[in-house]
Write a new protein. Sequence first.
Length: 422
Amino acid sequence: MLVEAQKYFANSLFTEDYSNMETEHIRSIGGWVSILDDKMQVIYTTNSDEINEYSQRQLIELTKGELLRDGKKMYASMEYFIDGLGYERLGLVFIPSENIQVTTTISNMKNGVKNILIIYIGGLLVIIAGFIMTVCGLSYYMKKELTNPISMLIDAFYEMSMGNYKVRLDFDSVSEFVEIKNSFNGMVKKLYDMEEEKKNVYQQRQQLLTDIGHDLKTPTTIIQGYSTAILQGRVSDERKERCIQIINENAVNMGELIDLLLDYTRFDCADYKLTMTHCDLGEYLRRIIVEKIRLFEDNNINLKIDIPNEVIDAEIDLKIFKRAILNLLNNILQHNPSGIDAWICLTKEKKIVIADSGNPIPEDIEDKIFEPFVCGDKARNPDKHNSGLGLSITKKIIEMHNGRLYLEGESGEYTKAFIIEL
């Protein structure tokens, strides 16, 4: 009985020359034979009403005996074979489902189901492979764009916490991390600059203390020496008055130096408040020059004044701004020989130029001329009362007025010029 049933199934029917197949026994029970190519299109059939092509879904329904054709449920057994031209074909044997018993259906559908399952399993494997590749790609992206930058940030913050303000971040990532990188680098640069400034301030303070000690030691030694000699009776009456005069001069110099130091520290204090007053800057400068004009004449210094007649309004602290101008004028008198030219100029843009044709500033101290205890003649001369604080105080005064003081080198007939911009 089983052998008789086998001739109704695809695995015992198809050969290379499928056009000469014996299919009468299949047609006698209401069935037919069809052959599909690799695109599931029908290329041969014994049924004149056969459709042109089948879908995978229809093939699955055929293996279950559930595909409806002309109101009847049809079952089809399937078999792949090679035709005479060497092409792989899929042979289908259609039989009405009512002629198929369950046991027989299960027994003979395995080859068709196997082929369909291979297709679905292949598709599933492709999906799984794609998922794995996606996960791997995402992992690589996460490591490159997120994990590495975070790790670098942690290392950089640790270096910064250890006092290394030279550390910098350098990576390419998503825009948010690039912004964090730029912000971090900017922050560390500011901290580095603050640390360097702190070191410079400390060094300047140490140098300031050293210079103060140096400038106070000489008059202190002189006062101590002469006063001891007088007290011990080692000075004659004729010389005693001169010794007392020397003691007084050095005491005055010490007092002036201490006053300058007090001014320097006072102007450097953030709590110091200016008393601002509106004035005509040109008339203000003329009055200061009048106070010094006799000294310029006595030193045979030709003073040229270029101040506009129109009102140039400025808001300044009249008292301490005068101190800044006098310091610059005194520099001309104290650090130059007689017979030179000097020039005081004021522009409508509130630019004050005080220049002279005297001794130039040595190149090695041009960049630090405004630092405390730096003098243009390279050595502080007690006879000239050069404290080296005048220009430092002047610069602080101008900066307190939100202005700028700088040195300009040789230009035309002048060897140096101090320029104030308000």
